[in-house]
Design a protein around this ligand. Structure first.
Ligand SMILES: O=C([C@H](O)CO)[C@H](O)[C@H](O)COP(=O)(O)O
Length: 428
């Protein structure tokens, strides 16, 4: 088997970090270095120049995503030191042809990026006949968040053209190996390497995976299982960050610690002092559901206690959120059951039976519908609309990954303001 090229995509904003990250990725086995689109937008051609200076012998790829004025943009990137320049496959043929002509003039190669192309097979053939050197089966980061898969795209074009094929979009060690088996000549990895806390180790894992691909078929999981698996890996703050800082419940506190509640909501509308519906709702829950109870923010009476908790544990309930109060907190802590409420108070009230199960409810400043996802930990609870659960879970994992590298840089003595160049990015 021929050796597939590993291209690390420097998809970060800060040039001073990019050089360091590239050094670590190369130490881990990356062959080509891509100056990613975000870095080019943030720093311009200075980024290409500096990466060229830092890595004189390496192939440097400028991910310009050219959409127009092919000659000007290829010339800029080539003169700054790029060996490969990226154009959008969706650009008009006139643009592609200009890129190819300019590339010949300046001795660089053109990689065409199939992001968002409606008919990838037909377009890949056109691109090859227009003189493009490499076709990239790329699923963009936003598209990945709704489940689009770059290896599927690669499989659809493999064997259709005779020019080298690249693949990009959310690849990790396992999917990179699948991509090589599917015919990738160039494997492009961004986030999984550059956002990782251990860039060199992550690059090495990809290198090993693509050099000796052993392909285990991915385990089949339902969408709900995937969503739960993703949310279990992230924190409530990661989730609200992924939702542009929305979705967090106000005035809610964790009453038990070291536990986390993740699952679709079963909702309960109830009235202060009436614990019938909250307790009846336990029997409506499926394993893994989170019970979300509106109890009119009451802090003088509790609709929830130890016996309800034991029943919920028997049903496999993943946690309880109460816009109101709870009691028996010491016992519930011992049971390690995720419980979140506004307050604790010993009064129980009585079971009158007012209210409703599985209707839309208000809860701590948010609206919760049955089936909306809840992610709650010691920072509080976040509600994710069910229609966006998969996407938000994927985005939350991206948020978490972003923090890993930043955390590693702080551990080496930097500060958050330095790492993120806060002053530079203040809104003008
Ligand atoms: O091209 C890319 C994207 O559009 C951002 O500019 C990325 O380099 C490409 O998707 C690879 O990055 P990951 O998807 O994070 O592996």
């Amino acid at each position: 088997m021929t050796h597939a090229t590993l291209q690390v995509a420097l998809d970060i904003l800060e040039l001073h970090r990019a050089v360091r990250i590239a050094e670590e990725a190369v130490a881990g086995g990356a062959d080509w270095i891509e100056v990613g689109t975000p870095l080019i937008k943030s720093e311009g051609m200075a980024a290409v120049r500096q990466i060229r200076e830092a890595f004189p012998g390496r192939v440097i790829v400028a991910d310009m995503k050219i959409a127009d004025t092919g000659t000007v943009e290829v010339e800029m990137a080539a003169k700054a030191g790029a060996n490969v320049v990226c154009v959008l496959a969706d650009a008009d043929d006139t643009v592609i042809a200009e890129c190819v002509r300019a590339a010949h003039l300046y001795g660089v190669r053109v990689m065409a990026d199939l992001i968002n192309v409606a008919d990838p097979v037909a377009r890949a053939r056109d691109l090859a006949s227009l003189g493009v050197d490499i076709v990239n089966a790329h699923v963009g980061i936003d598209q990945q968040m709704i489940g689009k898969n770059s290896v599927d795209l690669l499989r659809s074009i493999a064997g259709e053209v005779s020019i080298p094929l690249a693949v990009a979009g959310g690849l990790d060690a396992s999917t990179a190996a699948q991509a090589v088996a599917a015919g990738a000549d160039i494997v492009i990895v961004g986030g999984w390497i550059v956002k990782s806390g251990d860039v060199e180790g992550s690059a090495r894992r990809i290198r090993e995976a693509i050099d000796a691909p052993s392909i285990a078929p991915p385990a089949k999981r339902s969408v709900d299982e995937e969503i739960r698996g993703l949310f279990m890996q992230v924190s409530a703050p990661n989730v609200t960050d992924a939702m542009h800082r929305k979705g967090a419940m106000n005035g809610l506190f964790p009453l038990t610690f070291g536990v986390k509640a993740v699952g679709p909501a079963v909702t309960v509308q109830s009235f202060p002092g009436d614990w019938a519906k909250p307790v009846e709702a336990i029997d409506v829950c499926r394993p893994g559901d989170v019970l979300v109870i509106y109890n009119a923010a009451a802090t003088h009476v509790s609709p929830w206690g130890e016996l309800a908790t034991r029943s919920a544990i028997n049903r496999g309930v993943a946690g309880v959120i109460i816009d109101g109060s709870a009691r028996d907190v010491d016992d519930i802590r011992a049971l390690k059951f995720p419980l979140f409420a506004r307050a604790c108070v010993p009064n129980a009230g009585e079971p009158k039976g007012f209210g409703e199960i599985n209707a839309e409810i208000p809860c701590c400043g948010q609206t919760v519908r049955p089936g909306d996802w809840i992610v709650a930990d010691e920072s509080g609870a976040v509600v994710v609309p069910k229609e966006r659960a998969y996407e938000v879970a994927r985005r939350a994992l991206e948020v978490k990954k972003n923090e890993e590298r930043v955390r590693a840089e702080i551990a080496r003595g930097s500060t958050l303001a330095e790492v993120q160049e806060l002053y530079k990015w203040e809104k003008k």
